[in-house]
Write a protein that binds this ligand. Sequence first.
Ligand code: G3P
Ligand code: CA
Length: 340
Amino acid sequence: MNLRSSLVLTAALTAASCVAVPEIKGDWPAPSLGGRQPLVIAHRGASGELPEHTLAAYERAIVHGADCIEPDLVMTKDGVLIDRHDIYLSTTTDVADRPEFASRKRLATDKDHEGREDWFASDFTLAEIRTLRARQPFDTRSKSFDGLYEVPTFEEVLDLAASRTTITGSKICVYPEAKAPSLHASLGFDMGGEILRLLKNKGLDKPGAPVFIQSFEPDFVREMNSRTKLPVVMLAGDMNALSEAMSKPGAPYWDGLGVTHRMLFNEAGESSGVIEASHAAGIPVHVWTYRDDAPFGSEPIEDSMSKALKLGADGLFADFPATARRVVREMTPGRFSDPS
Ligand code: G3P
Ligand code: CA
């Protein structure tokens, strides 16, 4: 980010007001917002080890020290929120091997997926989705668990989180991402309304509840900000996306900012100013995605995490949450002991 855009961002963000966000207080040595210990956010569960977005992957993430579990959400034909990263099913399930669903394969109709021929979650009822089994989508990761797990619903993830605590005894935070909300709206679905309905049913609709709602779509984030007092997080994959979000009326209309690690530093390796500007407005910054098996160049992933934390990152999305927990622990003065 150049100096001018940094100043514009700082000025705009400073005008923001914030709602309460889940807090983990600690004696933290880096410039996180309020000196809070950063959140370890299990990206798609412990997705580096088990097929992503399965209850098993979320459970393992909790055991490995996650503060938050992250379900990406799409909708079924009958309007149920299920946990998938993509609107299509071929990469993370065995749908392509199911002769009974062969005729469902079709071309995508939306621009973002133009040319993609696949099976789409919105063409399947939940009962049909339940017959599928999850698969590991990364070629370099273990396929040993393929075929074992069902595709969970968002409601099941909320129930799982409510039934567990973190390794230090706190509530598990759930960090849902609405995938393609505008596409779902064009199909007649109100994703945001359904997310909020389920959260309310579980008593998770009040400020301070252990929930963050996230999206890459600025209009959806704006709308959600007016529909709930829960923290809503604006995701940005690059500075252009952040600028686009900032260009909308009322910006910043988010309570948290989720950025790729590439946005933290300039080419000289210095801070880009994104974290500082966001903190000046009282808005925490969560950074993605840290993968033990896909480090950023030759730098060990622990060093990349540590650099982000020293800059003031308020949370890390990690496919291997045990690694993020270890890095956080090693930076924590008077380290705590894990229960054995
Ligand atoms: O939501 C933060 C991060 O998960 C964004 O990337 O594509 O893995 O959902 P993606
Ligand atoms: Ca996500």
